[in-house]
Unconditional design. Sequence first.
Length: 226
Amino acid sequence: MSQQLRFDERVRDLLDFSIYLDISNEVKFAWKIQRDMAERGHSLESIKASIEARKPDFDAYIDPQKQYADAVIEVLPTQLIPDDNEGKVLRVKLIMKEGVNYFSPVYLFDEGSTISWIPCGRKLTCSYPGIKFFYCPETYFGHEVSVLEMDGQFDRLDELIYVESHLSNISTKFYGEITQQMLKHADFPGSNNGTGLFQTIIGLKIRDLYEQIFASKAKTPVEAKA
């Protein structure tokens, strides 16, 4: 089957903004084992067979879509624990395409720089294995992107405001809005790691993007020319 027949470009052209959730094979496997073995009583062999059976279609139709996304949340194994294979501590990347209408990528400290930050200390409680943030400009499938990464997990969500205060272009409407939203959904899966943090940030960015698009379309022809 040709690449052109794997998706319809006309559908992509209808989207103002697109997001792709990219969970690595290692994390998928760890999660599926935890769910299917612990909760459903499946054997390891049947889990592996199920994954392999779905892989060709995933590789052909789903995985290629991430190259067209405006933002990608990539979920990877932690690098803070050597040879970790449990999938409980995660390293999560928020990959944001540059030059997208109405969207400004989030950055840490200094836009366009390469930053490595370990915030654990007096203002952020961190038990083993700690927390590490990383930010840099990169190229992703030929596109210029900004990448924000978090490895590890929070012990206390109320302290997240310390991290939030060092992020820019987060499209919040008041100081501490990200922290408030994370606390409001503290029982949700991923609320203590980068999956919850970056989904919350992207949610706020989408709200801002929607409001900008709506405002631009609400202008009269006279106002639009002014």
